[in-house]
Design a protein around this ligand. Structure first.
Ligand SMILES: [Zn+2]
Ligand SMILES: [Zn+2]
Length: 359
């Protein structure tokens, strides 16, 4: 199975944050954080449909101006989502320029703020000089941000002395119809396959499905067809975590968001020798990133956002994170609350794999 999401960091690990995720099937792309983006090629920039901003510290947001400059001439919307305050931040950025020659432009920005129980929204159109136009709030359960046919975005709020959003981009599960079974049974393809997939996605095994054949149509319920005809595979999950204190609440939220992720991008501003400083500045160390990756059972960990003070020492970050990720070092032996998170993680993994025995 080919991956639908192709993620790549725009900059090196000592530079600003920006993660570009190309969506293979839609041709669109997503961007997580807006640090400097001069290395992002303009054609890739034009493919962006959604941008997600963790928080508006400069190293995560100063690329907004460049993004706007590149996307302004295009005739489609761009949605930018982030924490409370983002609408004011963007209104402030837009107010810093003169917009007297954009009346004929079709470009529109939609800005979404993730609040605890709802999404606050505003719209800014180039044609009206980017004046802020209010939009109605949308109720949204914690953790949910955006859902489209091709992907879903989940969020968690972390503690960076300000709220900082972590994100996961999640692909809907793959439901592949087995053509060998169709042929062997003499069943014809048609809209019934979409109805079957819809029933499976809704977890409703009882929906009756009528299958056209060369002779009389056959009637079976969705559950029987699911077992016989459909390969059901979970979609990709990519988690993106930056700028947070290593405390029990944030760690718990990160582990939930990154659970079983295919790739987990995690900031590591400091090495563990400077753990006290990381704590003061509300950042993670490479070792803490490795622990979170192990607790969440991710497939691959990518550490980045290293402090420039360690220039030339990238290898030390990778080694420290990896040792903790594979359990060679054990943070839970030094941090009392961390062990409990590992136990919860194992319990959650057991539930997901249909309750296998205790290992
Ligand atoms: Zn920050
Ligand atoms: Zn940062």
């Amino acid at each position: 199975m080919k991956s639908s999401f192709r993620p790549s960091l725009v900059n090196g690990p000592f530079q600003d944050c920006a993660l570009y995720v190309a969506l293979r099937w839609q041709g669109d792309a997503l961007l997580f954080d807006l640090g400097r983006i001069d290395r992002l090629n303009p054609a890739n920039c034009l493919r962006l449909s959604h941008v997600f901003v963790s928080h508006t510290h400069m190293d995560h947001f100063m690329g907004f101006d460049q993004l706007l400059r590149l996307t302004l001439p295009r005739d489609r919307e761009l949605t930018v989502s982030g924490p409370p305050g983002l609408i004011d931040n963007i209104a402030g950025k837009l107010a810093g320029y003169t917009w007297n020659l954009t009346e004929s432009y079709l470009f529109r920005l939609i800005v979404i703020e993730r609040h605890e129980q709802h999404l606050a929204r505003a719209s800014f159109r180039a044609a009206s000089g980017f004046v802020r136009e209010p939009m109605s709030d949308v109720p949204a359960p914690p953790g949910a941000l955006i859902e489209t046919a091709g992907f879903r975005i989940e969020t968690a709020t972390l503690n960076h002395r300000i709220p900082c959003l972590a994100f996961a981009v999640v692909e809907p599960r793959h439901l592949n119809v087995r053509t060998d079974v169709l042929e062997a049974r003499g069943w014809e393809t048609g809209p019934w396959l979409s109805r079957l997939k819809a029933a499976i996605r809704a977890d409703d095994d009882t929906v009756p499905i009528v299958i056209p054949t060369a002779g009389e149509p056959i009637r079976l319920d969705a559950g029987a067809l699911r077992r016989e005809l459909v390969d059901d595979q979970p979609g990709q999950r990519i988690a993106y975590v930056v700028d947070t204190l290593f405390d029990v609440e944030s760690a718990e939220r990160i582990i939930g968001l990154a659970r079983a992720a295919d790739v987990f991008y995690c900031e590591s501003r400091f090495l563990d020798a400077d753990r006290d400083e990381a704590e003061k500045r509300h950042h993670l160390t490479a070792r803490q990133a490795g622990f979170l990756a192990r607790a969440a059972g991710v497939r691959r960990l990518e550490v980045f956002h290293f402090s420039p003070r360690y220039q030339g020492m990238a290898q030390a970050f990778h080694m420290e994170a990896r040792a903790e990720y594979i359990g060679e070092t054990r943070l839970e032996d030094e941090v009392p609350w961390a062990g409990a998170l590992l136990d919860e993680g194992r319990a959650a993994a057991r539930v997901e794999s249909n309750g296998g025995g205790r290992s």
